[in-house]
Design a protein. Structure first.
Length: 395
């Protein structure tokens, strides 16, 4: 048997590489002789810049920039050169991710993407030709307005006083947008964005309503944020002529996708599609007898371009079975059966605290992997016995 392991990370807990290592240990506990290949995957979120930069044999550049709650944080971006072109790799999670927002400050009305703009400017200072931005695991919902402000965009209220965008709620005070001072170097670089293609900025399925509660917003705050982003989208249309309300990917990372479209002329891509340009997994999956994938939470959102569903889609081309290991199983998890995931299981087997679950996750992933393989071996033994009995009968 050959097992190919293609997991994503468990948000705020384990990186994709750590999840892969835990699954590998579980396989070895069942049978050390099994052939394995691990391909830790990133979806634009945590680990994106380091993974892509390492694959391309580039270098990481450390920067101290503005974090999501306004304090300074240590962040980074990558630089690599290929075919005479220099590319910067920026990961919004490394500067404005949910992991950087203390649990007692999780209010998406008051978190900013300002540091993302600072990283983009730092990349431009390096003389890059292209910028690749990963949108995922965000802790912000300011529509990318903070990022835009860092790069020179100015926001004004109805009395033409400049508004300092410290979070999405400040967009309610904005009456006009001025792009005259936007950094001119942005027009000379190509910016590609890996994002959740299914996220939109506004409407009933807008980012405030779908993801606001996950970032700590109360029902009342969700309505405030939704109204703020609607107003913001209208102002972008008045200023630039681009309607970002329902563009695919516009809601990525709390609307950062919309800000990137509006102020940097970025091209948004389904995250898995563009990442596949840097990490080739199709050929490796095609050699497997069984594929393990993983995600921190498996629910109705997983089929919308998240790693487990995309891995399953590739595996199904070759009719290879796929098992997903997850931290929690949420609402609508059964929808994943239709994406090609054959089975899934939670590593949490009894009531526990979040703190304990995060601490024990590597051990529980390992144990769950061994248990799954033992169950598969039982099924295989039953099938083999039935086949043997049928052979005797036919004789």
């Amino acid at each position: 048997m050959k097992i190919v392991i293609v997991p994503s990370g468990f948000k705020e807990c384990l990186g994709a590489e750590e999840v892969a290592q835990a699954i590998e240990r579980g396989v070895k506990r069942f049978d050390p002789s099994i052939c394995m290949e691990a391909i830790p995957m990133i979806d634009g979120g945590e680990g994106f810049a380091k993974t892509i930069t390492n694959i391309k044999k580039g270098k990481l550049i450390s920067k101290k920039v503005t974090g999501p709650v306004g304090n300074k944080v240590n962040s980074h971006f990558g630089i690599f050169e290929e075919k005479g072109k220099r590319t910067a790799v920026i990961e919004m999670a490394a500067v404005a991710g949910l992991k950087l927002v203390p649990r007692d400050q999780r209010n998406p009305l008051k978190t900013t993407t300002y540091g993302v703009g600072e990283l983009i400017l730092s990349a431009l200072d390096e003389g890059v030709d292209n910028i690749l931005i990963g949108c995922g695991d965000s802790g912000t919902s300011d529509g990318g307005a903070g990022m835009a402000q860092a790069m020179g965009v100015r926001f004004f209220d109805n009395q033409h006083r400049e508004v300092n965008i410290k979070g999405g709620v400040d967009l309610l005070n904005v009456s006009s947008i001025d792009t005259a001072l936007l950094d001119k170097r942005l027009s000379t670089v190509k910016i590609d964005v890996a994002c959740n293609w299914h996220n939109v900025l506004c409407g009933g399925k807008g980012v405030a309503r779908v993801f606001g509660p996950q970032k700590g917003a109360t029902p009342n705050q969700v309505e405030q944020l939704s109204a703020a982003l609607e107003q913001y989208a209208n102002l972008i249309y008045e200023t630039i002529g681009t309607d970002v309300r329902l563009l695919p990917g516009s809601g990525a990372s709390g609307g950062l996708g919309a800000g990137l479209i509006a102020f940097t002329n970025a091209i948004l891509h389904p995250r898995f599609d563009i990442i596949m340009n840097y990490i080739d997994i199709e050929e490796k999956i095609s050699t497997a007898d069984l594929v393990f994938t993983a995600e921190g939470s498996l629910d109705f959102q997983t089929p919308n371009g998240k790693i487990p569903s995309e891995v399953a889609r590739i595996a199904k081309k070759k009719n290879i079975p796929v098992v997903a290991i997850t931290g929690t199983i949420g609402k609508g998890a059964d929808l994943n059966y239709y994406t090609g995931i054959d089975a899934f299981c939670s590593i949490i087997q009894k009531p526990t605290s979040l703190e304990k679950a995060m601490k024990k996750a590597p051990e529980w992933i390992e144990e769950s992997t061994e248990s799954i393989l033992r169950q598969i071996s039982i099924g295989s033994a039953i099938a083999q016995r039935k086949l043997n009995n049928e052979s005797v009968y036919l004789k």
